[in-house]
Design a protein around this ligand. Structure first.
Ligand SMILES: Nc1ncnc2c1ncn2[C@@H]1O[C@H](COP(=O)(O)OP(=O)(O)OP(=O)(O)O)[C@@H](O)[C@H]1O
Ligand SMILES: [Mg+2]
Length: 356
């Protein structure tokens, strides 16, 4: 038996997941390093129930022990979900309990605990995403359906009202089509994230193309753009269309949400060193002088559908997907996005891209 125990010890010490060997009297015979880390305790000799206390996993443990007591009963492993709360974070674990086979001469159960927090998190994100998309789709659809009813009924013989309603319907249809194209763009960018871009692009060129496309919006809003270009900037490995998409969104955001400052500054510079990068980099800063963003929002800005002021963004035709797309494209280019903002002074969105 001692030999069996030593062999089991060597085996569970090699397992990546936390694992415990528990005897028939509920005492912990062995605990591997991952388990001792998880519970921050030596564990061996203590009752397993002092670590596995929640009703569901405790019941799984008891079922495992019952298998030991009656080897003729079915010996199927049992699973349960357990939440482990540590001071800094909450871990969700899948507890798996299996009795060692009677041949081992060691009356014990093996309890393994697998961290499934990230799996549950991903599922939650997927559910939130579906709920968000449905919600975003429903509002324009409700407006469209309402106006169709009105056009068929009360407004049938009113050409002036009809024109007005058609305008609104047009806007809502455009909003839906923007949402769908942003969603498609996001899914394309996500699926390509691991494929490194091959073409070489000039960032000056990308920025000039972006500004040219947005020129009418700047002129309409009476906002001045100050572009500090870097002539002879080195080319980088990149996807031109995607990079234009990045800066189109950043500059458009500066215009839409930071336009009250009357000016948007765009700069391109080369830096020989940057923490986190092995070689020289190009840095593009998009700066506005508007209201700025409260610090609590900054870490969440690149989440899909996250908006600081949902009402205002929707009124401006925003879908809240722009920065999520930006983040994925920058990741694909092995770059980094950082956001700094001061309430009342404006925001700076800085994109750092490695020079391959
Ligand atoms: N320069 C900025 N100043 C203030 N707030 C900003 C700025 N840029 C972005 N935001 C905030 O971040 C939110 C998310 O921006 P994002 O580009 O992802 O979405 P959007 O502009 O609302 O929609 P889309 O880009 O899809 O048209 C915006 O709704 C806005 O609240
Ligand atoms: Mg945007």
């Amino acid at each position: 038996m001692t030999q069996d125990l030593a062999a089991c010890g060597a085996l569970i010490d090699a397992l990546p997941d936390p694992a415990l060997l528990v005897g028939a009297d509920r005492r912990i015979l062995l605990a591997n390093p991952a388990a001792r880390d998880l519970f921050a305790a030596p564990m061996v000799g203590a009752s397993a129930l002092s670590y596995i206390r929640q009703p569901e996993p405790a019941a799984a443990l008891e079922k495992g022990l019952a298998m030991l007591a009656d080897p003729s009963a079915p010996q199927d492993p049992v699973e349960a979900r357990m939440i482990q709360t540590a001071p800094t974070r909450e871990t969700i674990l899948r507890v798996h309990v299996a009795a060692l086979s009677p041949e081992s001469q060691l009356p014990a159960i093996l309890v393994t605990l697998r961290d499934i927090s990230h799996v549950e998190e991903a599922e939650q994100q997927r559910r939130d995403f579906v709920a968000n998309v449905s919600h975003e789709m429903r509002s324009p659809l409700t407006v469209l359906a309402g106006f169709i009813e009105t056009l068929k009924g009360p407004a049938r013989n009113d050409p002036a009202a009809t024109l007005n309603f058609l305008d609104i319907m047009d806007r809502e249809a455009q909003r839906m089509s923007r949402l769908v194209s942003d969603l498609l763009s996001l899914s394309r960018v996500e699926s390509e994230e691991r494929v490194r871009p091959r073409a070489t692009v000039s960032m000056s060129d990308v920025l000039r193309a972006t500004l040219a496309a947005l020129r009418p919006q700047f002129e309409d809003a009476g906002i001045v753009v100050d572009f500090r270009d870097l002539p002879d900037a080195p080319m980088i490995a990149g996807d031109r269309d995607q990079l234009v998409q990045v800066f189109h969104n950043l500059v458009e955001n500066a215009l839409k949400y930071g336009g009250s400052g009357g000016k948007v500054a765009l700069s391109l510079e080369k830096l020989e060193q940057m923490p986190g990068f092995t070689g020289p980099v190009l840095r593009v800063c998009v700066r506005d002088f508007g209201d700025g963003i409260d610090a609590i929002h900054l870490p969440r800005l690149t989440e899909r559908f996250y908006r600081v002021d949902g009402h205002r963004s929707r009124n401006m035709g925003g879908t809240g997907l722009g920065l999520a797309i930006v983040k994925h494209i920058i990741n694909r280019h092995r770059g980094r996005l950082s956001i700094r903002s001061t309430r009342g002074e404006g925001s700076t969105f800085a994109v750092v891209l490695p020079i391959s």
